[in-house]
Design a protein around this ligand. Structure first.
Ligand code: ZN
Length: 450
């Protein structure tokens, strides 16, 4: 039976029937985190949305016939700046940040993607792409930089469909003397001695952000694939530029057939920002009582997110988390003595209509009384596991790996004489029942007290 899946495609601005290039090898790429700081709850949204789609694709085509790639951007000017600020090497910063990110997404119930490629391990592929783009007349070297020539691609701008003047404003293009056209964007740029860099035919340098995703998706999914996802803020310039690079390097008229984007997120009615004081990280939400005065489970966060259709803007509130938590309690009670059956056709059909979760959830509420075993199976399909349903709040301890990460972060803060940060981490751990002991030899040992 052919699965009947419909997805909204940003390229066509329409809901389309999903037809994979190869039903035995359905391929999806999602832009992953730039690992310089803890992921915030806005970052959690694409992780959850595309995890549900990944699970649905596995259900429809078979787990062995779906490949999901989500990259890790570990070379970026924000990383350089943050590492210098913290007195860490770039590698230390990216490793630690990535470890926390992996803990976060796991707690949110996300399956691990099949591949999580790192940009720094794909420099060779980036150089091949850049070389091809120059050879085909789509890029040029100037002043230690290599730039993509946007006038060389007739359909440049087809994804975002913005008029040129808006694109220029959106790209925050810096007018540099080495650019032939102000819309041209950087593929490669020179590195100073204190910046990370790799040897290239154009001198020691580092890649621009966009070329990273073109290289990693090519390496792991091929020149053309099925679905490319990310937040709506990535449509322009990031995704527009990925398309330009990949299509022009390989001479195809398509990079990915379906471009999917999740909507914006705001917190308690306001745009999330550090200055507004409503900046919430996934880590804080799961492990501290900074948001709504208590800790929340990954399952509550997942359900609260899914309750707004993925393409709509979401207003994330403590109240929404409370309601999700209450619903999970009801489902836990209803399914306590059940064995999961098969997901129901009605549930799968609702999700297959461009992830219509509202309709799918209405069906779950019917099943709560009518067929709890089917309820349990359907919840399993969207990544809410029985263990999470039955999780007892008191038993909610920090995993050891996370304690280690925090202990190391505190040691780094102490080494940098950042006492405020060191104290903050100690207090955060104490709130979780973790007691630290600083030893004379400079090491720190820890114990879980409850
Ligand atoms: Zn990307």
């Amino acid at each position: 039976m052919t699965p009947n899946l419909k997805l909204y495609n940003t390229l066509s601005r329409a809901k389309e029937t999903f037809v994979p290039i190869d039903a035995k090898n359905v391929r999806m790429y999602v832009c992953g985190p730039t690992v310089y700081d803890y992921a915030h709850i806005g970052n959690a949204r694409p992780m959850i949305v595309f995890d549900v789609l990944f699970r649905l694709l596995r259900h429809a085509y078979g787990a062995d016939h779906v490949k999901y790639v989500r990259n890790i951007t570990d070379v970026d000017d924000k990383i350089n700046a943050r590492a210098a600020e913290r007195g860490l090497t770039i590698r230390e910063l990216t490793e630690r940040t990535n470890a926390v990110f992996q803990d976060d997404v796991k707690a949110l119930g996300c399956l691990e993607p099949d591949e999580q490629p790192r940009a720094t391990e794909h420099i060779a592929e980036m150089l091949v792409l850049i070389d091809r783009l120059i050879a085909r007349g789509h890029a040029y070297a100037a002043d230690g930089h290599v730039l993509f020539s946007t006038p060389s691609m007739r359909e440049y701008g087809a994804l975002s469909r913005r008029p040129l003047d808006e694109m220029i404003a959106g790209a925050r293009v810096d007018v540099a003397s080495y650019k032939r056209d102000e819309m041209d964007f950087v593929l490669w740029k020179p590195s100073k001695d204190n910046e990370p860099g790799w040897d290239s035919p154009w001198g020691r340098g580092r890649p621009g952000w966009h070329i990273e995703c073109s290289a990693m998706s090519w390496k792991h999914l091929g020149e053309m694939f099925d679905i490319h996802g990310g937040g709506i803020d990535l449509v322009f310039p990031h995704h527009e530029n990925e398309i330009a690079q990949t299509r022009c390097a390989f001479g195809h008229n398509v990079m990915a057939n379906y471009w999917m984007h999740n909507g914006f997120l705001q917190v308690e009615g306001e745009k999330m920002s550090k200055s507004a004081g409503n900046f919430v990280t996934i880590h804080d939400l799961l492990h501290t009582d900074q948001f709504g005065g208590r800790k929340w489970s990954g399952a509550a966060l997942r359900l609260a997110m899914l309750r707004t259709h993925y393409r709509q803007p979401i207003d994330f509130t403590a109240r929404a988390l409370e309601e999700a938590d209450k619903t999970l309690d009801e489902w836990a009670k209803a399914t306590r003595n059940c064995k999961a059956a098969q997901p129901t056709d009605e549930f799968v059909a609702a999700l297959s209509d461009d992830l219509n979760f509202a309709k799918a959830e209405a069906h779950l509420h019917v099943l709560r009384r009518a067929d709890p075993a089917a309820l349990l199976a359907n919840l399993d399909l969207i990544g809410v596991k029985r263990a999470e349903l039955l999780a007892d709040d008191d038993g909610d301890q920090l995993p050891a790996a996370q304690v280690e990460t925090l202990v190391n972060a505190r040691l780094a803060a102490r080494a940098a004489k950042n006492w405020a940060e060191s104290d903050r981490i100690r207090d955060e751990l104490a709130a979780q029942g973790v007691v630290l002991k600083d030893n004379k030899d400079g090491t720190t040992t820890w114990e879980m007290k409850r």
